[in-house]
Design a protein around this ligand. Sequence first.
Ligand code: BDR
Ligand code: CA
Length: 308
Amino acid sequence: MQRIILDCDPGVDDALALMLALAAPEKIDLAGVTTVAGNVPLESTTGNARGLLALAGRADIPVHAGCARPLMRAVGHRSIMHGTEGLGGVRLEPDTVPLGSAHAVDFIIDTVMANPSAITLCPIGPLTNMALAMVKEPRLADNIREIVFMGGAAFGPGNTTAAAEFNIYVDPHAAHIVLSSGVKLTMFGLDVTRTVVVDQEYLKALETSAGHIRRKLALMLRAYAKGDPCLHDPCVIAWLIDPSLFSGTDAFVEVDCATGPNHGRTIAHVSERHRAGREPNCHVVTGAAKENVLELLSRHLSRLEPQT
Ligand code: BDR
Ligand code: CA
């Protein structure tokens, strides 16, 4: 059993990741959801997180809003993949799920420090909240169990620029703080998430399923998949549920924060020669049993609505 905080910017694939986490209570204990500006502005990512928990009937899970901008830019880059409000044009009702009064950074610090070495942090948006929490509480890194994140492209091209993946491109300085924190890290970059792709058949099955939660998710996914059919963020949660579906390699990963064409690029040094004395700081996931991951997602989503 892993006790996690999901730090997200919903986002259609974030929505699926959140639902998957809720659907695996024997493996995942969701201590809270924190939000960050990313795909869409913070107000929308926070409203979407609350709306999704309301849809799942989980008003008991606290939502805490975090950073509205990256560390070094006044306004972050936004994604065009998720629609203007983030859920592919689907509107949810957030009001039944209360917004926690603490800032996400303080919620993360308080939860981790109260449960030393017990909390896994799962950021699936820009890493701003993670980095700021580490800066605010210098003892934080030593008390986090591990961080499993979606971000970067270790060995291939980006999806936002030729060099950079979206989450890292939005806040590369935050990514640098996390990558150099010494915390045990597992990276789900585009190397693996690009291989976990939904097709028409999968969408149809979700659309015609009996449950109202799955049909809402299908509506979101149908709009999102026109631009990006990859299930990036759910891979993080699928790995927590069944790591045997994935494979990877240890590497020293760093991020290019310089202005220029490589801004936000993640570079993975694997061989001893390339690491040049630097120890691996990250387990980079590179492979997935795609069909099994999709099947795991379907099977768990159906558990959210056992009555249908
Ligand atoms: C990442 O960027 C966002 O658009 C997705 O939600 C995912 O976290 C993929 O590059
Ligand atoms: Ca995301």
